[in-house]
Design a protein around this ligand. Structure first.
Ligand SMILES: *Cc1c(COP(=O)(O)O)cnc(C)c1O
Length: 430
């Protein structure tokens, strides 16, 4: 397929090649990113991109759904199996759209939603001022404790009692600790609110049984498919049977048109990959790597929000280092270490120039890196922090990172054992 592209559009071919080289030759630590398997990549770039399938399996508005009905049914069965959910919807185009769909299914414009504040690690779509979710709904935000960096259930309960939201949102985009979804459920119940849980970042850890699942405790669970779950770009909703019809209606025709069948095909593949012992080992190593990296960074005097991590993600509070997040992120990027600058709890700087840096281990763990490599990465990061204005040091680290990357090539051709279990569609249904 790539050779056809080279022939027909050499300009874009060359840019894809450059991006491949960039991904190969850098330590990618943006915690929402990963590398998908060749099987997922192939499904994403398949013939299914040509098909329109408005509706749901067995209830479509266009003909020619002999294959798409089977593919979407396979994806739904696999999603329900690995998340132990009554119902799934694999059509949301992304995590943001999935969240809007969850609200749309349960409440009306003008109702109140209550989610974690952006600067505390919440997502834009949890009712941030700049998100449409705060225009459609009355949004109130809770924060983490600025001293400990942790969720404070007393504060959440107080706010829930005061604001009487119709939906309480649990789940985060920049929170390094475990989340007690059962406590969110108790609070939601006590004020008569629905509980929507957004596990975009941690769904791979949830599937592997390494983090409490919100599925038993939330009315609707929302996730992306491309973060720790290691599938294609996409979104997904899981819910209890009683909300199934509302969820499906909210996504189509409520807010989307035709589903992206090539993405749904690749989601099906990723879900089979996630249903393997290898995936559980992978998820365990993500956490081992993050906790080793956190330990080493603290030894170098980095201050971490909540003093560590339970998951795949580390949030560095740079205020004691006298470097702002953007400057550090840009220097690291010049050394081939890719991260993102981020606000930290209690940070009054703007989100465009905050005092924190967010890193995570899902992608580097896919490359096979382990604790030993985390020690190296922490040392690289410390060297850059201590020589933030010395280009010669940054260049030296750049060369060392490239060497490390060459020892851990991107598994462009890695196929997980689980993917072999996938039966061809011609063999019948599920
Ligand atoms: C990434 C993320 C989203 C949004 O996903 P997109 O696919 O980028 O729209 C939603 N919620 C949380 C918690 C996230 O981390």
């Amino acid at each position: 397929m790539l050779s056809a592209l080279e022939q027909y559009d050499p300009q874009i071919y060359e840019l894809i090649r450059q991006e491949m080289a960039r991904q190969n030759g850098s330590i990618r630590m943006i915690p929402s990113e990963n590398y998908v398997s060749q099987a997922v990549m192939l499904a994403t770039g398949s013939w299914l991109t040509n098909k329109y399938s408005e509706g749901y399996p067995g209830k479509r508005y266009y003909e020619g759904q002999q294959v798409t009905d089977l593919i979407e049914s396979v994806a739904l069965e696999r999603a329900k199996k690995i998340f132990k959910a009554d119902h799934a919807n694999v059509q949301p185009y992304s995590g943001s759209v999935a969240n809007l769909g969850a609200y749309n299914a349960l409440i009306n414009p003008g109702d109140t939603i209550m989610g974690l504040e952006l600067s505390s690690g919440g997502h834009l779509t949890h009712g941030s001022k700049s998100s449409i979710t705060s225009k459609i709904f009355n949004a109130v935000n809770y924060s983490v404790n600025p001293e400990t960096g942790m969720l404070d259930f007393n504060v959440i309960e107080e706010m829930a009692k005061k604001h009487k939201p119709q939906i309480i949102i649990s789940g985060t985009t920049a929170y390094p600790r475990k989340i007690e979804f059962d406590k969110f459920e108790q609070i939601a119940k006590s004020v008569g609110a629905y509980h929507v849980s957004d596990i975009a970042h941690i769904s791979g850890l949830v599937v592997a049984g390494l983090h409490q699942s919100p599925v038993p405790y939330a009315d609707i669970v929302s996730t992306t498919t491309h973060k720790t779950l290691r599938g294609p770009r996409g979104g997904m909703l899981l819910c209890k049977a009683e909300h199934a019809a509302k969820v499906d209606k909210a996504i189509f025709p409520g807010q989307q048109g035709g589903p992206h069948m090539h993405t749904i095909t690749a989601i099906a593949v990723a879900l089979a990959e996630a249903d393997t012992l290898e995936f559980i080992e992978y998820a365990k190593q993500i956490i081992k790597n993050a906790s080793r990296l956190a330990e080493k960074l603290m030894e170098y005097g980095f201050k971490l929000v909540s003093n560590g991590t339970d998951n795949h993600l580390i949030l560095i509070d740079l205020r004691n280092k006298g470097i702002v997040g953007k400057k550090f992120a840009k220097a690291l990027d010049r050394a081939r270490i890719v991260s993102n600058f981020n606000t930290v709890p209690g940070d009054d700087a703007s989100p465009f120039n905050p005092n924190g840096l967010r890193i995570g281990t899902p992608a580097i763990t896919t490359r096979g890196m382990k604790e030993e490599q985390m020690d190296k990465i922490a040392e690289f990061m410390n060297r850059i922090a201590e020589n933030i204005d010395k280009e010669s040091v940054i260049e030296q680290v750049n060369r060392e990172v490239l060497l490390l990357c060459s020892e851990f090539p991107v598994p462009a051709h890695f196929t997980m054992p689980g993917s072999k279990k996938i039966r061809p569609i011609s063999e019948g249904t599920l």
